[in-house]
Design a protein around this ligand. Structure first.
Ligand code: 16G
Length: 266
C-alpha cells in the first residue's frame, strides 16, 4: 500500500506522538502566567523546555496544526508564538521540513541581550576566562566612541567566553568609569554588574564584519589560524543617552548565525 489509511495517521498524529510533546514540555497553564496572552504562554513553555534541555538542538517541533489542536489554541496563535521564537533565534524554520530547535547559536540582532543571557536561554552554561581586567584613562579613540572627555577613567575587560566548556567568543570591552565602582564587581556577567549599579544599557548600535582569526586569537579560541569569524562592535547607551560600553566581540564563525527580522517600509 502506497499511502497509510487516513485513520491510522490520525491516531498516530492525534494520539501517542502529540500527547508525548505536551507531556514533554508541559501544558500552557502551570507556568504562573495565566493572564499572559496565549502565544506568550506557549513561548514560555517552549523557552523553559529549551532552557531545561527537555528540547535539544535540532529537535523537531510538531506541525503547527497539531500543536494548535493539542494545546487547544488557534493556529494563528501557534504561528505567532513560533514567529517570535524564530526571530529571537531559539527556533529555526527549514523549508518544507518544519520548525526545529536551533542548533548553532542563532543570535538576534534586534535584542539587547548579554552573552550570559543568550547562553542560559539556550540551556547552555556560560563561563568566562579573564585575559585582563584593568582601570585606565580613556584613549583618544575611545573618548570619541564613548563621548568621554580626555583623561576620564574607564574599565577594560578582555575575556574568552565559553558555553558548556566550549570557547565561543573573545570579547574586549571598555566601560565608562562612572558605571561601575570597581573592575572586581564584574563576575560572570558584565551586564549583571551594570544592572546592579543602575547602568545597564537600554539601547545599542552594532556593526558586524567578517574577520580571519590571527594566530593569537585562534589559539585563545582553539580554532585553526585564519579560520573565519565575525567581529561585532557594540556601542551601548543608557536611557539618558550617555554611552556606557563599547565592546568588540569576535565570535567563532562556525558557532553563530545572526538573525534579524526585517519589516517592509509602509
Ligand atoms: C554580548 C554583547 C557585548 C556585551 C556582553 C555582555 C554582542 C554582540 N555583544 O556579548 O557587547 O558586553 O554581551 O555579556 O551581543 P555578559 O553580561 O555576559 O558579560
Amino acid at each position: 500500500m502506497l499511502f497509510p489509511k487516513p485513520s491510522d495517521g490520525a491516531v498516530l498524529r492525534g494520539g501517542a506522538k502529540l500527547t508525548m510533546f505536551s507531556e514533554r514540555i508541559g501544558g500552557l497553564d502551570g507556568h504562573g502566567q495565566d493572564h499572559a496572552p496565549l502565544y506568550k504562554q506557549l513561548q514560555r513553555a517552549l523557552r523553559d523546555a529549551i532552557q531545561k534541555k527537555i528540547l535539544g538542538p535540532d529537535d523537531a517541533l510538531p506541525a503547527e496544526r497539531d500543536m494548535a489542536e493539542e494545546f487547544s489554541i488557534s493556529r494563528i496563535t501557534v504561528r505567532k508564538a513560533l514567529d517570535g521564537l524564530v526571530s529571537e533565534g531559539l527556533l529555526t524554520r527549514r523549508q518544507g521540513a518544519g520548525t526545529f530547535v536551533a542548533a548553532r547559536v542563532e543570535k538576534s540582532f534586534s535584542k539587547l541581550t548579554s552573552f550570559t543571557e543568550d547562553m542560559i536561554s539556550r540551556g547552555r552554561v556560560p563561563r568566562s576566562e579573564w585575559i585582563s581586567k584593568a582601570v585606565g584613562a580613556v584613549t583618544p579613540e575611545e573618548s570619541l566612541t564613548l563621548g568621554l572627555s580626555p583623561g576620564t577613567p574607564v574599565f577594560r575587560f578582555a575575556r574568552i567566553r565559553y558555553a558548556d566548556g566550549a570557547p565561543m567568543a573573545l570579547e574586549y570591552s571598555t566601560v565608562a568609569g562612572f558605571a561601575l565602582p570597581s573592575a572586581e564587581v564584574v563576575g560572570v556577567s558584565l551586564y549583571e554588574a551594570l544592572e546592579a549599579t543602575g547602568h545597564r544599557p537600554g539601547r545599542a548600535l552594532q556593526r558586524l564584519r567578517a574577520v580571519l582569526f590571527t594566530a593569537e586569537q585562534a589559539d585563545l579560541l582553539g580554532v585553526p589560524v585564519k579560520d573565519a569569524g565575525l567581529l561585532i562592535e557594540r556601542r551601548s547607551f543608557l536611557p539618558d543617552g550617555r554611552a556606557v560600553e563599547v565592546t568588540q566581540s569576535y565570535y567563532r564563525g562556525d558557532a553563530y548565525d545572526f538573525v534579524a527580522e526585517l519589516n517592509a517600509l509602509s
